[in-house]
Design a protein around this ligand. Sequence first.
Ligand code: PMP
Length: 429
Amino acid sequence: MNRQRSEQLYEQALECIVGGVNSPSRSFKAVGGGAPVFMERAAGAYFWDVDGKQYIDYLAAYGPIITGHAHPHITKAITRAAENGTLYGTPTTLEIQFATMLKEAIPSMDKVRFVNSGTEAVMTTIRVARAYTGRTKIIKFSGCYHGHSDLVLVAAGSGPATLGIPDSAGIPTSIAEEVITVPFNNIDTYKAALDEWGDQIAAVLVEPIVGNFGMVSPNPSFLEEVNRLTHEVGALVIYDEIITAFRFMYGGAQNLLGVEPDLTALGKIIGGGLPIGAYGGRKEIMEKVAPLGPAYQAGTMAGNPASISAGIACLEVLREPGIYEQLDRLGATLEGGLNEAAQKHGIDLQVNRIKGALSTHFTKEPVTNYEQAEKADGEVYAQFFRQMLDQGINLAPSKYEAWFLTIAHTEEDIIKTIEAVNQSFIKMK
Ligand code: PMP
């Protein structure tokens, strides 16, 4: 496959950008190395690379692009915001409008604060939980990625696990010691951790539906039990809904599953493709945040009119009837096609799907936790990834990442994708 221009650009990028990429998950290190594809343009469900090749995109920028690229309603909102001045450093009416939309969609958030990334949102929920409880330790689930702040880059999945560095250098052990990591979907281990450290725990950090070692649903009653046991020891429950909010329904996974956290962190989709994060929760907890309370958090860019306008426009699109049903329908077709192809060609494949998001683990056993996800064959994924890329299907260069459908994908795109899956499986033998 001719990707000559990408290769040239990669050489240039290596000269000026560390590793040639601005986020390690974009590197092809986990799929055998070489130049990542440099994209030039995106529209709807498609990308065009610098060598002129077209791709159907399932990366969706790791989640945010649920409306498809360059959705006209969002583009118009961003243009209007830019024309009115990109940054004020003062409050705006847009912020009230967007915070109200989020509160209405996710009622556990009495009060909201906007930040600039998912990393910031999670980092701050932890600070607020510590301020509220007067405790320091947190619990997280192994393999779950919660951004790159010190405290949560401990036994993390997503990028770090893919690169084989579950603990980053540069994080003091004194910080790592504040984090207890337990397996997802195992309530006994969770209870044992609380029995040992319960009175020191400020909060547990939960992805209510895991999106970072593939898509993994919680076992029945797992989240309810986590809530009950956590509250019993006086700690808070934080939901990291950076992937999940507005992914499966207009609202959070918490609304889909009927469980409520004390604090929620948001990002990705709520920015409509521009940088954003947000966190929110119960009024009395959020009132710990400055200027009302002693927990400090600030941001020059926080609540900037462009990101907020893009976010409002994105939610306006998602509020239209039938959107999530369409994503679910296309997801089901894709899941069926993947499973059928795997069976036909004798490939061990686990497809985990929740509506318009799915993951492909090349392994015999079902994947319900990180340990099982780790067992998926990375070599086979790398071959599959490259075959799909050559046939114009853009997936994430990591066996752990999900495929995300957008409302721009058509039935025809899915059929083409399934054909490419079959061709890939034939060539992989
Ligand atoms: N939490 C989760 C669940 C995520 O998937 C991510 C990003 N992949 C983050 C937090 C961090 O968000 P950001 O990259 O915007 O800092």
